[in-house]
Design a protein around this ligand. Sequence first.
Ligand code: TYD
Length: 134
Amino acid sequence: MPLKDCRIIELPKISDPRGNLTFIEGSQHIPFDIKRAYYLYDVPGGSHRGSHAHKNIPQFIVAISGSFDVLLNDGHDKKRFHLNRPFLGLYVCPMMWRDLDNFSSGAVCLVLSSKHYSEADYIRDYQEFLTKIK
Ligand code: TYD
């Protein structure tokens, strides 16, 4: 899948003086049904996460709090996305190498996934990734 298929999606935002509300419905706001949610938090400054690709699993990444960068790489092109709003998320298609860094203090990274956790879906070796996308 080419990098241009990965994109920022703006989510609904119900603005309210009592506090804003954003919601995400699978196959409505993002292009897959949601089977799993996980989140990264208490990330020490200077830490890196990710550094892998998924063979078949698309994901959607939101900075629920704070900010961080997601660097996507399809083996040909690279693009850095800075996520810093809870109503904006990044759709990451399968077979996309991703690195997450530049976490602000207090950042929370929510990831929605179309499948349950499966280590078999990961490619954790960059050379293997390059070979597979050819
Ligand atoms: P990993 O996906 O490598 O973390 P990152 O978000 O930095 O890409 O996962 C780290 C560890 O957590 C790994 O041992 C697998 C485990 N894990 C689960 O058990 N379930 C999950 O849903 C996820 C995402 C990870």
